[in-house]
Design a protein around this ligand. Structure first.
Ligand code: UD1
Ligand code: CA
Length: 481
């Protein structure tokens, strides 16, 4: 498909990331539901390279395991010691066996905001200009720490100088090296052999390849990123939060441009994997995670956290926590509901206030409006479950299933002791502990008979406020005289 399909993309991810101060390797930290290296690999994949090689070093088993689990088809190259970005690329080329015939794109594993479009544009410029190397640069407000792009009087790039090696004059340059390059594979391999380590860090700098190629008479180019925020590299948790905010903003803007109303983008967080239909509405304080999907005219929030949840057309989800659930068209959830894995609410069904559900299939139009727990259950259509009911699914050892039919009306404060089945159209009395199956159309009453012991308060609690109130109520005013 892509005309500028590279022979290989190399992702540099061997560094430790000490400034994160974390037991987790830097590239495995997450923003918007994806690891930093995962974002880079996803962008790299848009180039459809023949080979995608991630250079690993620090915590390599963990990083490798993560890539194998989530990004099948990526190869890893091991860099035993972190001797610099040039050395890291050399390890990647060794892993490939021979210098690739074609373009090699190099990106850093800690720049999660880099988009596939930007990489494609870079590869496009590289091919169109017939360059030996094209570096992606950016003008940044603060160039501290970055390699500076040095240009000659004609504006041609001559070299990249690392911050630590730069002169006072070079430090003032605001155009910086993003760390992203497109190379001619063969020329890259040749030039890497000539990179020296006589710099302040004693490392093999990938950036030196640029001046080496230029001095050998090859074409060297630069492509300036349209948005410098894309090349933000994460070195610490402040930058991690900054990147998360920028990515979140990008994802919400994309959703809004596609017709989603986001009332307060500053308080809504979404993962990259979340999808919406036009005219979905997201209210403040809401987190949408994983494979969550919000359909047309659905209203989600405020203050809700939905993970891997499908919300149907026109449904209403208010102040809810949900994980791995399906909310049918026009269904209503909350306020203050908790949907746990395996909840499947049918169209126009309701899981109301202080209702928890787990592994429960609720039929069309069925309502569980108040203060109830529905676990391991199947309920038919247009049934009403009375307030404060519990599906007693656990006997201390195993979980059991409850089945309730269609068009049932169960009383308030019922316990359904599973396994138990309530037939279609059945009723149950309030306060019942249902331990036996109820036939279709029956009324089940499973509670103690009420017994009133007349005059008990006067005899047992004489002189109490209760006794006096009872006396007044009985119309006997003898004690008032
Ligand atoms: C590098 C560039 C600098 C650029 C900046 C952009 C060099 C010499 N410098 O600097 O010009 O402005 O990125 O963010 O290339 N890595 C390895 N193995 C190593 C060293 C690094 O895999 O031996 C990986 C790191 O894990 C990281 C990436 O390469 O993902 C960049 O390394 P880092 O040390 O952060 O380079 P910078 O000093 O930021
Ligand atoms: Ca860096």
């Amino acid at each position: 498909m892509s005309a500028n399909r590279p022979a290989a993309v190399v992702v540099l991810a061997a560094g430790e990331g000490t400034r994160m101060k974390s037991k987790t390797p830097k590239v495995l930290h997450e923003i918007a539901g994806r690891s930093l290296v995962g974002h880079v690999v996803s962008a790299a994949r848009e180039l459809e390279p023949e080979h995608l090689v991630v250079v690993v070093g620090h915590a390599r088993e963990q990083v490798k395991g993560h890539l194998e689990a989530h990004y099948a088809g990526t190869r890893t190259a091991v860099q035993e010691e972190q001797n610099g970005t040039g050395h890291a690329v050399r390890m990647a080329l060794e892993e490939l066996g021979q210098a690739p015939d074609g373009t090699v794109v190099v990106v850093c594993g800690d720049t999660p905001l880099l988009s596939g479009e930007t990489l494609k544009a870079l590869a496009g410029t590289h091919a169109a200009d017939g360059n030996a190397v094209t570096v992606l640069t950016a003008e940044v407000p603060d160039s501290t720490g970055y390699g500076r792009i040095v240009r000659d009087a004609s504006g041609a790039v001559t070299e990249i100088v690392e911050h630590k090696d730069a002169s006072a004059e070079q430090l003032a340059i605001r155009e910086i090296n993003s760390g992203v390059f497109a190379f001619d594979g063969k020329l890259l391999a040749e030039a890497l052999g000539k990179v020296r380590t006589d710099n302040s860090q004693g490392e093999e700098y990938l950036t030196d390849v640029l001046s080496i190629l230029r001095e050998a008479g090859h074409r060297v180019g630069a492509s300036i990123a349209g948005d410098h925020r894309e090349i933000l590299g994460i070195n610490n948790r402040v930058q991690l939060a900054e990147a998360r905010a920028l990515l979140n903003q990008r994802l919400l803007e994309r959703a809004m441009m596609a017709g989603v109303t986001v009332v307060d983008p500053a308080s809504v967080f979404v993962d990259v994997t979340v999808t919406f239909e036009a005219d979905a509405i997201v209210l403040p304080g809401t987190q949408l995670l994983g494979a969550t999907h919000i359909a047309e005219d659905a209203v989600v929030g405020p203050n809700s956290r939905l993970k891997d949840t499908r919300v149907g057309k026109g449904a209403r989800v208010d102040n809810t926590v949900s994980d791995t659930a399906v909310v049918g068209e026009g269904a209503s959830v909350g306020p203050y509901a908790y949907l746990r894995p395996g909840t499947n609410l049918g169209a126009k069904a309701k899981a109301g206030t202080y209702v928890e559900m787990k592994n429960a299939t609720i039929g069309e139009g069925t309502k569980v409006p108040h203060l109830s727990y529905v676990g391991d259950a199947t309920i038919g259509e247009y049934t009403n479950i009375g307030a404060a009911s519990v599906f007693v699914n656990y006997d201390g050892e195993a979980k059991h299933h409850t089945t309730v039919g269609s068009h049932c009306k169960t009383g308030s404060d019922n316990m359904f002791v599973a396994p138990v089945t309530i037939g279609d159209g059945a009723y149950t009395a309030a306060g019942s502990v249902i331990t036996k199956d109820v036939p279709a159309g029956a009324l089940a009453v499973a509670r103690g008979q009420q017994r009133n012991i007349e005059g008990w308060v006067a005899r047992k609690r004489p002189g109490s406020a209760a006794a006096q109130a009872a006396q007044v109520a009985s119309g006997d005013s003898a004690s008032e005289s």
